[in-house]
Design a protein around this ligand. Structure first.
Ligand code: DGL
Length: 264
């Protein structure tokens, strides 16, 4: 019998973009969030390191009784979701990958841009989706060096972020891309600066709502949706700074932060 508690995690605060959508769709569901901000970024670590770090969090969620775990991180999904599904068959896993398919189907210019981490681009999932759905499309890929760090430092709206994004996005726009995919859950925090740069030249695609919908469907299929109002506060764990996490969640009130926690 599966438990209806959900675990959501990321290498840091990025997965909160997914967490927010899950909370909106499933307002009564008990949800734990884990940000491994101490070890962030994962994007350039070896696949084995990403697996080892993220498995500690998965084990922790399993101990806490989570029946469904959302990997709110493209990088971790690319490195480990297949491994987790095999190793923990009793748990439902939802992962994510850059939204190449919708971007390819919506483009009018036949050109799309994707911003993601190095590990996501090197993952088998990205390569196979691209070959399957974007074979005849020109795909401009760009590794977002430094962006995750800027978001973690709470500087998403800074001029520093603007300048870095401009360096990555301008060449895409020069190639007439009309769809820009945010292939890392940290990047929606950069939306203000992204909109300043992109304006109406391209549509920005980010998949957090689609991931939340997938979570809801899986819970429904397994009769795990909690309908009665849940009085428990949302719980957050971080291996890094609790004040950083708080800053990202200012607008939510019923929250419970566990400081400097790290699972064994
Ligand atoms: N938020 C993660 C993702 O979606 C990546 C961040 C990192 O590099 O650690 O890919």
């Amino acid at each position: 019998m599966l438990n209806n508690k959900i675990g959501v995690f990321d290498s840091g605060v990025g997965g909160l973009t997914v967490w927010q959508q899950i909370v909106k769709l499933l307002p009564n569901q008990p949800i734990l969030y884990f940000a491994d901000s101490k070890n962030c970024p994962y994007g350039s670590k070896s696949k084995q390191q990403v697996k080892d770090l993220s498995e500690r969090i998965v084990r922790f969620f399993v101990q806490q009784g989570c029946g469904l775990i959302t990997i709110a991180c493209n990088t971790i999904t690319a490195a480990a979701v297949d491994y987790f599904r095999k190793k923990y068959p009793q748990i439902l896993f939802v992962g994510m990958e850059p939204a190449t398919k919708p971007a390819a189907s919506q483009t009018k210019t036949g050109r799309i841009g994707i911003l993601a981490t190095q590990n996501t681009f090197q993952g088998e999932k990205f390569v196979s989706t691209r070959n399957k759905y974007a074979k005849d499309i020109q795909v401009e890929i760009q590794i977002g060096y430094g962006l995750v760090e800027i978001v973690e430092e709470g500087k998403a709206d800074s001029e520093e972020a603007y300048n870095l994004l401009k360096k990555y996005i301008d060449p895409m726009l020069a190639h007439q891309v009309d769809q820009i995919v945010l292939g890392c859950t940290h990047y929606p925090f950069l939306l203000k600066n992204l909109k300043r740069i992109i304006g109406s030249q391209a549509t920005i695609i980010e998949p957090s709502l689609a991931v939340a919908k997938r979570v809801k469907i899986l819970l429904e299929e397994n009769s795990l949706v909690q309908f009665l109002s849940n009085q428990e506060p949302y719980v957050f764990y971080t291996s890094g700074s609790v004040s950083t996490l708080r800053t990202f969640l200012k607008s939510y009130s019923a929250l419970d932060f566990q400081t400097q926690y790290y699972p064994n």
